[in-house]
Design a protein around this ligand. Structure first.
Ligand SMILES: Cc1ncc(COP(=O)(O)O)c(C=O)c1O
Length: 460
């Protein structure tokens, strides 16, 4: 591939539309590593700077409008600025943002979580999903007295020390930069979907506290897992006294009001939640069996003669996040937003595959629930996009979109008014509808033609 960034007409078109973003990006470079605050926002030549958003759309500082599939990194099932969430947040803001004390909203929020999430007998709020998975593993170790835990290659659980190897690199389990070998060596990395590896590992050792996974597969199904794998895990973990942790930071309140566990009828021992939980504001929670969360409870720990796990956190159950979370979960609880977002994603996947077939590109768009993922077919397999079944391919191939092509496709889509994530995929919200699907299909067709004109795709 030629120098994609300097000679590309796609990049030129992107730059032409976004001079103010370019200016801000240059300033940001001096202040922030790579000019960004989250690795997923890293892109060349620079990312857009957004001024405001509403429903399924957002507008950059140059006034360009985008159909938004980034979806607040998955937090915005209800779209941007849902009126009830905004009103509840304003009301909470007027009352004060931090009381250094308990407040009524945290009870209402926890009650809603317990009502919706099957395993949630008890709830401990955190400030992020990363903190929730950290505490889930700590609880499992504390209660079982065992030190090792199982994760699946490429599954993401936040950025704390136990979760880095084997996500995007270090697939051999060696520690990533800044992480102690003594921590990494307690993580057992298995191949996602490998039933025999799970059974063998569980049967051959007695030092495993828990297993944690993204229940619909890597990155909300970019490399999907069959529900049978979850049922097998529930059975095997119960058999061996290992705790099962569903990381439902993305799937919680999205796959169904009760998350993946509600949808598939499986009760994990613990669950990490964030994103939709707090209605688009910062917030997370570890929830699950009361006898496990008892290790966070002063009285229960004393009663059981156990050392209590300390857990402060300045912004745990922050009143503003609680208000937004309550408003969001009340709407999610009706079941409508999950249904609507999933239905729109299904028609989006179909419309994009129509374009891919008509334009004769060897790609496919797949996904489950309210997600969609582009398979850009690095190995150039013959593919019928309408019949593409990601379960027939391994996770490695599904997750190996060619980087240079992905970058250009993402820029081309942005230049045509659509924002997707770096894997080339995203989330729909309950506010996305036919207009957004049609616009995205048009943008994809245009983007494919731009790529082809640049010699990045086969065929005339
Ligand atoms: C499955 C999963 N777990 C955990 C996290 C970490 O959550 P947070 O970004 O709130 O720390 C994420 C974030 O994207 C996630 O997708």
């Amino acid at each position: 591939m030629p120098d994609t960034l300097t000679n590309s007409k796609i990049v030129a078109a992107y730059r032409e539309r976004t001079p103010k973003s370019a200016e801000l990006a240059a300033k940001a470079q001096e202040l922030l590593p790579s000019g960004i605050a989250h690795d997923a926002r890293y892109m060349k030549p620079y990312g857009i700077y957004v001024d405001h958003a509403k429903g399924p759309r957002k507008w950059d500082v140059d006034g360009n409008e985008y159909v938004d599939y980034f979806g607040g990194h998955g937090a915005l099932l209800l779209g941007h600025n849902n009126p009830s969430v905004v009103a509840a947040s304003h009301a909470a803001l007027d009352q004060g943002t931090h009381f250094g004390a308990n407040h009524p909203r945290e009870i209402q929020w926890a009650a809603l979580v317990r009502k919706l999430v099957p395993c949630a007998e008890s709830v401990r709020f955190t400030s992020s999903g990363t903190e929730a998975t950290l505490m889930a593993v700590r609880l499992a170790r504390s209660v079982t007295g065992k030190s090792k835990f199982v994760r699946f290659l490429t599954h993401f659980h936040g950025w704390h020390d136990h979760m880095t190897s084997g996500h995007a690199n270090h697939f051999d389990g060696t520690p990533t930069a800044g992480v102690l070998a003594g921590i990494a060596e307690h993580v057992i990395l298995l191949t996602p979907g490998d039933v025999e590896a799970v059974k063998r590992t569980f049967a051959s050792r007695n030092d495993i506290a828990c297993v944690i996974l993204e229940p619909t597969g890597t990155s909300f199904g970019a490399a999907p897992l069959p529900p049978s794998f979850l049922h097998m895990l529930r059975e095997e973990t119960s058999k061996h006294g290992i705790f099962l942790i569903f990381d439902e930071v993305v799937t919680g309140f999205r796959v169904s009001p009760g998350g993946a566990q509600g949808e598939f009828g499986i009760k994990p021992d613990l669950t990490s939640l964030a994103k939709i939980l707090a209605g688009g504001l910062p917030g997370g929670a570890v929830v699950g069996r009361r006898d496990i969360l008892d290790d966070l409870d002063f009285d229960a720990a004393e009663r059981k003669k156990r050392e209590k796990i300390a857990h402060p956190g300045t912004y745990n159950a922050n009143p503003l996040s609680a208000a937004a979370g309550i408003a969001a979960l009340e709407i999610v609880g009706t079941g409508e937003p999950c249904k609507q977002a999933s239905a729109t994603a299904a028609s989006l996947r179909a419309a994009l595959n129509d374009v891919i077939a008509e334009e004769r590109v060897p790609w496919a768009v797949h996904g489950t629930f309210s997600g969609f993922h582009f398979f850009l077919n690095a190995q150039q397999r013959p593919v019928d996009p309408h019949r593409f079944d990601p379960m027939t391919l391994g996770y490695k191939e599904l997750l190996s979109n060619p980087p240079a092509l992905s970058k250009l496709l993402r820029l081309a889509l942005l230049a045509n008014g659509v924002d997707v994530n770096g894997r080339i995929g995203g989330f729909t919200s309950a506010t996305h509808g036919k207009a957004e699907v049609d616009e995205t299909a048009r943008a994809l067709r245009q983007s494919i033609r731009m790529l082809r004109a640049e010699g990045e795709l086969p065929g005339a």
